[in-house]
Every structure is written in C-alpha cells, then in structure tokens.
Design a protein around this ligand. Structure first.
Ligand code: NAD
Ligand code: GLY
Length: 359
C-alpha cells in the first residue's frame, strides 16, 4: 500500500492507495471517532461492495443510505435523505460518514458531512477511477442546481481517502475512459513528463494493466495533493484543475445532467481550451494534435455536441465559479505541462473557438 499525504496542517490526511484495501478494518477504525457510522452509497455500488465495508465495521452502530444512481440525483433533495437518516437515528456530531462510490456519492456525502450539525467526520472510499484520481481528494463537496453544475457546496476535507484499485475491475470501459480524462489533465496542467508517460502507456491503461493503473493513480494523487496543500480554497493555482471544465460544465448542464459523463465533457472542454490556447499563440498545431489524439485513444469525445450553439455555450459559461464581475474566465495552456491561472476571455475570442473548433 502507498500513502500520500495531503498536507493541510492540523487537517492533513492520508490517501491510501493499493489493492484489497476495502477489507482492511484498521484503515477505517483509525479515522472513526465514535460508535455512530453512516455509509452512503448507491444502488449500483452497494450490491458490489457494501458487504465488504460493513464487515469491517462490526464494532460500530452502522446505518446505510442507498441513493439512486446518477448525476441527475446529485441534488439538495437527495442530500436531505441523508440528513433524514442521521436525524432519525439520532446521530451526533462526532459520528462518521463513509462515502462509498464515485464522484457523485463522494461530493454528496462530503457536502452532507459539512452541513450536518455544522460538520462531522467523513471518509472517502472512491470506487471510480475519476473519484480515485480527483474528486475524493481536496475537499470540494456539493450538489448541482438546474442552472449550474456544482453550484451549491462547501470545502470540507475528509479524514482519509481509501482508494482500492481492485474495485476498478467492475467499472465499465466508458467510466474508465472518463476517469482517464482527469488523469490526462494533470499531465497537461503541470507534469509534462507524466503526459509523455501517458502517451507511451495509454494502451496498458486501457487494457487495465494493474501496474500502469496504480502508477497513474499515484501520480495523479501526488499532483492533486500538492495543489490542494498549496491552495486549499482555490484562490490561485487550484483553479488550474479546472482546465476544460468551464466548457465541460456547460456541456453537462446544457445537455442535461447524465447525458455526457463528467470526464467526457471535460475531454471535449479540454480540446476547446487547447484550441483557444492555439489561437492565443501558445500551443502549436502539433501540441493540439497530441492532446486530441490522446483523448481519442481513450475513446473519449473531442468535439462539442452539435445542438449546443455558441450562444447557449456563452450563456451557460457565464454561470461559473471562476468568473469575476460577470466576465467568463477559463484556464488555458501555455504549453503541455503548464497552465495559466483563470484568464478573462472576451466574447468575440470565445466565439472563434465555439464556432470554429469541431463544428
Ligand atoms: P459517478 O459517481 O456517477 O460514477 C460513475 C458510474 O459508475 C455510476 O453509475 C456508478 O454507480 C458506477 N460505479 C462507481 N463505482 C463503480 C465500480 N467500482 N464498479 C461498477 N460501477 C461503479 O461518476 P464519477 O465519474 O465517479 O464522478 C463524477 C462526479 O464527480 C461529477 O458529479 C463531478 O462533478 C464530480 N467531480 C468532483 C470533483 C471534486 O473535486 N469534488 C472533481 C471531479 C469530478
Ligand atoms: N476537481 C477540481 C478541484 O478539486 O479543484
């Protein structure tokens, strides 16, 4: 097992990465502070892994909340179900919430933990590649609103992250590819050597080679832990993790939550950001081609949906947490391995990419 520390002073926490970690009771017990434990999961993941987790917790008073599966259920209404369960079982402030699932369950469980009695203990047990390399680390929690993705939320750090690579065996290929989009992001924003490694090892990753997958998860978590330690609440460098996300969130909201997977929307958005970076004179044609090719090799979409017009994109992108005084700001690439901080883009420049790339 590997252990990567997210350094945040007294709120520092470990990310455990390895095989068969779900069945290691000591990983949970070290981070649980009282008898009361609630596990949040969904209808797909619970039949696969809930029993294993439950059997590590026999000395606790455990209750479970099994939510429906899907991005469209990442709402305040469904978080309320978690509060209902906690209150009806008289859970107190020192109880622990375990989020067993992908990014949807992790974001909702984390948000419920941040809000319930103004904050309870929580543990992330990410079960998708995307959640293991990104969403479970760093304390961004929250839910969607019909008018904007992840618009309601809180920064709230877990006590630990337990990333068991074996659970990825049951993940389907489409979800694996969606996770790879966020892995590629680390190479693009700050780790050119990792980007080259990904180009060289993409076939092994897609074939689910355990050694390659573990390396990709570890490198991603090392990069993410460093960024979060430096800028927990996104006043600077953390915004670079949003490469492609302003476009991507517009695609997710505009198409209806759940139509495009988050990672798929990010892949398209990153290609749009790369195109805009080329128009700024930073990336050359060869770099943009390398980026698009790598996403394509992951079987990820690289062009925006035809029915999402430039006007609609602009309208949706104007609801984004990076924007200032109503101006759309995006992350661009100076080169492969170096991202800009959020840059204000005028509508005409944005339109060139929205109308000119992939149409
Ligand atoms: P997800 O949580 O919807 O999981 C994807 C699908 O895989 C679901 O159907 C799920 O039930 C299923 N699944 C999960 N684990 C499985 C397993 N081991 N075997 C079989 N099926 C499994 O999606 P996701 O891609 O994990 O996460 C996307 C969400 O994460 C989005 O809501 C996005 O906004 C959020 N996100 C948050 C952050 C953050 O920093 N908090 C970062 C990136 C993404
Ligand atoms: N996934 C973006 C962030 O954690 O900041």
């Amino acid at each position: 097992m590997n252990k990567i520390l997210v350094e945040l002073g007294s709120r520092s926490y470990p990310i455990y990465i390895g095989s068969d970690l779900l069945g290691k009771s000591e990983l949970y017990s070290q981070h649980i502070k009282s008898k009361q434990v609630v596990i949040i999961s969904n209808e797909t993941i619970a039949p696969l892994y809930l029993k294993t987790v439950l059997s590590q917790l026999d000395k606790y008073q455990v209750t479970t909340v099994i939510l429906p599966d899907g991005e469209q259920f990442k709402t305040l209404d469904y978080v309320t179900r978690i509060f209902d369960e906690l209150l009806s079982n008289k859970f107190s402030r020192n109880s622990t919430l375990i989020a067993l699932g992908g990014g949807v369950i992790g974001d909702m469980g984390g948000f419920a933990s941040a809000c319930y009695q103004r904050g309870i203990n929580f543990i992330q047990v990410p079960t998708t590649l995307l959640a293991q390399v990104d969403s479970s680390v760093g304390g961004k929690t929250g839910v969607n609103h019909p008018l904007g993705k992840n618009m309601i939320g809180a920064f709230y750090q877990p006590q630990c992250v337990i990333a068991d690579a074996n659970v990825l065996d049951t993940l389907d290929d489409r979800q694996l590819s969606a996770g790879l989009a966020e892995v590629i992001k680390y190479g693009l924003i700050r780790d050119a050597d990792f980007f080259v490694w990904l180009e060289e090892n993409m076939s092994a990753l897609l074939a689910r080679d355990k050694k390659a997958l573990s390396y990709a998860i570890e490198q991603s978590c090392i990069n993410k832990a460093q960024i979060v330690s430096e800028d927990e609440t996104e006043t600077g460098v953390r915004a670079t993790l949003n490469l492609g996300h302003t476009f991507g969130h517009a695609i997710e909201t505009g198409s209806g939550y759940g139509v495009f997977l988050h990672g798929e929307a990010v892949a398209i958005g990153t290609c749009q950001a790369a195109d805009l970076s080329r128009r700024k004179g930073w990336l050359n044609d060869v770099d943009v081609d390398r980026i698009i090719t790598l996403f394509k090799r992951c079987h990820l979409p690289t062009t925006p949906p035809e029915d999402l017009s430039a006007d609609r994109f602009i309208d949706l992108m104007s609801v984004d947490k990076k924007n200032v005084d109503g101006q759309i700001r995006v992350i661009l690439l100076k080169k492969i391995g170096e991202a800009t901080l959020p840059i204000g883009i005028n509508t005409e420049d944005l339109r060139e990419t929205l109308d000119g790339y992939g149409r």
